[in-house]
Design a protein around this ligand. Structure first.
Ligand SMILES: Nc1ncnc2c1ncn2[C@@H]1O[C@H](COP(=O)(O)OP(=O)(O)OP(=O)(O)O)[C@@H](O)[C@H]1O
Ligand SMILES: [Mg+2]
Length: 233
């Protein structure tokens, strides 16, 4: 169980058509991640980090190559089963949080559980527990527009974790957070890898966070270079 391959990304390339020519974001990405493993992806702005996460999460289609998640060929699935599978298996923290503006923090976090068919009382209980863990117990009823940037980010993190997914993809999860709150997020990641064998792919410019992941890779000129020294990033 521990050694199960959760992400198997084989020869993935992404090219955008750009009127005059083509923009190749990356050429040939191979990436494997097992249950309980944590990986940081670093790289300069525009290097393709978000694009890569979107491929791993099934939100965008590779131009070439395959992405297998927990034994399923993600981009070979039809849209409906893929989105159901995604809701059950993957958690996503977006660079721009995409919270639902008309719902409270508690409702936003409970939503993925409700979509998966969980009862309202159990979903609410889980959502409350996670929001408490990220320090938001006093803000459960606030809507996103009534929260600070860092608070919204923490709601997005709680939402990504609430379904206990096999793998969580995070795009700059600590970008707006102070050190102490970033440490809480990092502790939560560690707890979930140990207790539930959750795998994490974390795109980050935060060197402290990157250094605490088991592996660090850098996206550079369309290639993923492993075991970069985070301190030099
Ligand atoms: N839909 C699109 N059409 C054309 N080009 C795109 C599209 N989306 C992204 N790009 C280009 O692909 C490259 C990679 O973008 P991406 O958002 O993955 O970068 P990033 O590494 O996440 O950067 P940042 O750290 O600033 O978030 C950029 O040069 C961007 O301009
Ligand atoms: Mg990005």
């Amino acid at each position: 169980m521990n050694n199960q391959l959760i992400i198997d990304c084989r020869g993935v390339a992404k090219t955008y058509d750009e009127g005059a020519g083509e923009l190749t974001v990356f050429h040939d990405i191979d990436l494997q991640l097992h249950a309980g493993e944590t990986l940081a992806i670093i790289g300069s702005s525009g290097a393709g980090k978000t694009t890569l996460l979107n491929m791993l999460g099934g939100l965008d289609k590779p131009s070439r190559g395959e992405v297998w998640v927990a034994g399923e060929n993600l981009h070979a699935m039809r849209e409906k089963p893929r989105s159901r599978f995604r809701n059950k298996t993957l958690g996503f923290v977006y660079q721009f949080h995409h919270l639902l503006p008309e719902f409270s923090a508690l409702e936003n976090v409970a939503m993925p559980c409700l979509l998966g068919g969980m009862s309202v009382s159990e979903a609410t209980q889980r959502a409350r527990a996670l929001l408490t863990q990220v320090g938001l117990a006093p803000r459960l009823k606030h809507k996103p527009g009534e929260l600070s940037g860092g608070e919204r980010q923490r709601v997005a993190i709680a939402r990504a974790l609430v379904n206990q997914p096999r793998c969580v993809l995070m795009d700059e999860p600590t970008g707006n957070l102070d050190e102490q709150t970033a440490d809480q997020v990092q502790a939560l990641i560690q707890e979930l890898t140990e207790e539930l064998q959750t795998a994490f792919v974390v795109v980050t410019h935060d060197h402290r966070l990157a250094r605490r992941m088991q592996r660090v890779s850098r996206l550079d000129h369309g290639r993923l270079v492993f075991d970069a020294v985070a301190g030099e990033a």
